[in-house]
Structures are given as C-alpha cells and as structure tokens.
Design a protein around this ligand. Structure first.
Ligand code: PMP
Length: 367
C-alpha cells in the first residue's frame, strides 16, 4: 500500500488515487488484450482507441469543436517555447511576449534566437508579484502573436481572467502548463495553448497543444526550412500519430481527463481548487505577517501558493518539520527560495487542511 503523505510537488505532481489504482489493475492486461498498453503498437486498435479518447475527452472538457485541433506532442512546454516561433514568427514581424515570470522569459529567449520580439508588458520590475494591468499592456494588430503565461508556477501569480484578451487583434498564444484543466476559461480568446501534462492532467512525457483551425491554415505557408517534425500542421494532419507518441503518458492523460470529467469537469475543479487555495491564503492573511505571500492579492494563483517566514532560519525549520510530518514538495523554486505549496487538481482538500493546521501550530510555537 501507498505510504500516506501530502504531496505538494510543483510538477511532476500528485495524481488521483483512482487513476493510479486503475493503472495498477490493468497494467499487465489492458482491456483483455493479454498485454500492457505499453506493449501495443501505436498503430493498433487498442492504443488508437486510447489516443482518440484522450483527444475527445480534452475537447469535451473544454467545450470545443472542430474549430480547434488538440495535439499530443513530446518535449514539454520548453519544446513549445521553440516550436511557437518556428511556426508563427515571420522574418518581417515581431512577437510580443508579456513577461510575468521566469517561464515567460525563457519562452521569449527562444523566440529571440529565431526572430524579433518585444515585451508589451512586464511585471519584472515588481519582482513578478503581479500580472500587468491589462490597460497598461501594449499590443499591436501587426504582432506576429502575443504570448502570455496563464499561471506563473515559480512566483505563484496568475491572470485572474482572460476575457479582455479578445480585444487583442493578433493571435494569442498561451503557456498554460500549470493551470490547464484546473479552471474554466474562454478558449475562443486563444489561438494556441500549450501545456506539459505533469501538473494537472497526468505524468511527464506528453504535451497538450490546442490550436485553432484558422491558425493551422495560416501556418501552412511558414518558412519551408522548418523541419517537418517541428511543424504543427505535420502533427495535425496525422492526428498526432505522425511518429510514435508517448503511449503510456497518453494513456495516463486519458485516464486523468476521465477522472476530471467524472468529478464534475472544469467548473468543479475550479471551485475545489479555489477553496483549497483560499484555506492557505486565509492562513497567510491571518498570521499577522508571520507568513508573507509573494504574490500581490490581485494576482494570486490558485495553483501555487508562495510564501516566506520571518527569517531564513525559521523558513528552513518550517520546511524540515513539514517534511518530517509527511508534507512533500514545499520548498520554493531554487531560483526564489521560500516555500511553495502546489495545489493541482489531484491534491485533496484534506491535505490542504492538514497543511493549514501545521502552519497554524508552527506559528504558535515559533513566533
Ligand atoms: N512553463 C511553465 C509555466 C512551467 O511551470 C513549466 C514547468 N515547471 C514550464 C513551462 C516548463 O515545462 P517543461 O518542463 O514541460 O518543459
């Protein structure tokens, strides 16, 4: 049996126990085929059914139709940092990267290698404590695309809503690595969305890309020197079976998306994730400054709650004691330090309550 622990890892992260139990039950004999799903050809019916079901479930959850293509690729979000400009940035254009954290910067750095970029908005001079106010952002119809990071995993900030992005005339591209399928959002305001699965929807190894048909049509004319493997239309034309997909990761993705659907879909995930995050933000806000949140209130993420304690010594004591109590993954990202609790879909409410109780008792003993 699994040792009980509270998993607050930033990614790879907690998976639903029901999904793990299902995998264990069918590991050696998938669907009465006499072999594991990992041992099937990606061209054979048992895997193809899983593959297409993963795509269909993603579309159902997002409420999208054939206006969008869902692609299952490899290489993680970092691979998309390169693939986006390869496909979308023409020589006579500039791409607009709204900087909200380290991952946005990394995305922009890759595009800088291939072409011209600028930043129409940035939270860098405020230590990425908040996402720029929409009214201060420069966006031009001539931009090759406008790139945003919906949730900033390291700093614990997030765009609170995406409604006004419909005002942008250029294609909108979003890195949703750390909040995809954790909340509802207007898909129609985006032309391209990408995310590694390893936080909210499965294990590492598969990257979900959601791309509008209109954008796919447009990029048919991209630079002919882009290798076929790096082109979105290559993968779209073959329904993400252009080459061997990460079959086991796709199978896990399918099971995790089913779990989301069976548990009420995106609006139910959003309500539960909001409640979980609120438990910790209330604890921070009611601690008289003992716990200090990194994110400004108006930009708080429901996925990653980042905070520090009065001194580094006390922070380290907190992390050590938390570890002994069975809480894992609470260290902040190595670039910023402090603490971070990641509360992705599969993190149970009870784990967050246990962390809240630990935080309250730790403060009592250490202030
Ligand atoms: N973007 C964001 C917002 C992330 O949180 C991460 C991973 N933590 C990445 C990109 C990089 O993802 P990958 O490791 O899948 O390349």
């Amino acid at each position: 049996t699994r040792k009980s622990s509270h998993n607050f890892n930033a990614g790879p992260a907690a998976l639903p126990p029901e999904v793990l139990q299902q995998v264990a039950a069918e590991l050696e004999n998938f669907d009465d085929t006499g072999m594991s799903i990992m041992e099937h050809s990606h061209r054979a019916e048992p895997y193809e059914r899983v593959h297409h079901e993963a795509i269909a479930t993603a579309k159902r959850l997002l409420g999208i139709s054939d206006d969008y293509e869902v692609l299952l690729l490899q290489g993680g979000a970092s691979h998309q940092f390169a693939m986006v400009p390869y496909n979308l940035l023409d020589a006579d254009q500039r791409a607009n990267y709204i900087l909200t954290g380290a991952w946005s910067e990394k995305a922009k750095n890759e595009a800088d290698i291939l072409g011209d970029t600028y930043s129409g908005g940035s939270g860098k001079d405020q230590a990425y404590r908040r996402v720029p106010d929409f009214d201060t952002i420069d966006a031009a119809a001539e931009d090759a695309y406008i790139h945003v990071t919906s949730n900033n995993t390291i700093y614990g900030t997030a765009w609170q809503d995406f409604a006004r992005m419909s005002e942008w005339e250029a294609p909108v591209v979003a890195d949703m690595s750390s909040d995809i399928f954790s909340r509802t959002f207007p898909v129609e305001n985006f032309d391209l969305i990408y995310a590694g699965a390893q936080k909210n929807i499965g294990p590492a190894g598969v990257t979900v890309v959601i791309i509008s048909r209109a954008l796919l049509e447009r990029i048919k004319n991209v630079n002919p020197r882009v290798p076929a493997i790096l082109r979105y239309d290559t993968h779209a034309d073959k329904h993400s079976l252009y080459h061997t997909p990460p079959t086991f990761a796709v199978y896990m993705l399918k099971n995790t998306l089913h779990w989301i659907e069976e548990n009420g879909g995106l609006s139910a995930m959003e309500a539960r994730n909001r409640q979980k995050a609120q438990l910790l933000y209330d604890t921070i806000d009611n601690s008289a400054g003992f716990y200090r949140g990194h994110a400004h209130r108006d930009s708080r993420s429901d996925m990653n709650v980042t905070f520090t304690l009065p001194t580094e010594t006390i922070t380290n004591r907190f992390l050590d004691e938390a570890k002994d109590m069975g809480f894992s993954g609470l260290n902040g990202h190595r670039s910023v330090g402090g603490c971070r609790a990641s509360l992705y879909n599969a993190v149970p409410y009870e784990s967050v309550e246990a962390l809240r109780d630990f935080m309250v008792s730790f403060q009592r003993k250490n202030q």
